[in-house]
Design a protein around this ligand. Sequence first.
Ligand code: SF4
Length: 437
Amino acid sequence: MSDTKTDTPKKLFIKTYGCQMNVYDSERMAESLEGYVQTDTAEDADMILLNTCHIREKAAEKVYSELGRLKPLKDLKPDLKIGVAGCVAQAEGAEIMRRQPAVDLVVGPQSYHRLPQMEARLREGKTALDTDFPEEDKFAHLKGRTGARRAPAAFLTVQEGCDKFCAFCVVPYTRGAEVSRPAERVLREAQELVERGVREVTLLGQNVNAYHGDMTLAQLIRALGKIDGLERIRYTTSHPNDMDDDLIAAHADTPKLMPYLHLPVQSGSDRILKRMNRSHTAESYLRLIERIREVRPDIMMSGDFIVGFPEETEADFQATMDLVEQVNYGYAYSFKYSTRPGTPAASRAQVDPAEADERLQRLQALITRQQRAIQESMVGRDLSVLVEKAGRNAGQMLGKSEYLHSVHIDNSTAQIGDVVPVRITRAMTNSLTAREL
Ligand code: SF4
């Protein structure tokens, strides 16, 4: 046991950037550091961890700026420990400590199970650096998820890494090859989370439907569906080529699997999809959605789009707009292409930035129109809501519908963790209002 365990626990502040997997990793890192409790303010902390993301442009520079802002805190409080975790830690490694000597610890996403040993080094006045892709399974070396009651919706990582090598993406380089966790450990973790009050798990993976941990993802979802007290299951992020027939069937035969699917396509142009190394066409993506809607007609589709990918013409962009029109997305995330050093697309002819901006605005206007229409179509419908917290107004509770809408329930008698039937009374830009049935 760590000798940091004293009557007055130390305070840990974690700032999480990027994706849901980083949210999950931050939670696991906090749980692994015995003798620490989490705080919401950096000024209060004995240790600050930046859990970084490398997806956006100039990600590393942004981390160096943040570290520059934290340095005066360390000048005031020399015992403060500062650490960098996540994908920027993986990509930059020792360079982080060289450029910002206030940093005591650098840990990559595959080695954070070693944080307790690294923290012990810090207490000896040393620094700690670990950006290995270790042989051992990090999850097998993390503590169980037992502990105090927690929020009713949780992330649960089942798969990491990616073998797809899309031409714009750094994930295969920062998170490594695809690795799936053994199903039995995932099921145990889900059970532990349920014992702490969790009612909904979102299974996470960079390529979650490529899961192959001695079960397929469909089999894992069905096994999770048998856990008493676990009411809802979601999964993200999926690749179209890994949506097999059984996973599609699970959307029909597993009631706990929610009718929401994030299925990125990135572009509607076959020429650009090829240049992106996506290994599917716009047509195959549309046929896939048709097949999913055949078994689950009400499924809410969500997507990702990159606008202004190198060599994208107006005709390519128009193909993306046509695809969006056909799918009718409930949610979609669109970004202007930005170069990620080290990826194949980084050295290709770039689209004029003003042109890319203008396309992005057109795409976002279309997506917003679709989202708004879908939100409004919910008024008068009966949905179920997992209650996650109290709202701002007296008697109001907040939660998520099966389609992942944020729903405010007025005059509610529900408790946090309840799944309650509601009727939608009003649609607002980013949420719905409802009354209990
Ligand atoms: S499938 Fe997703 S994670 Fe893998 S390379 Fe493509 S965009 Fe990146």
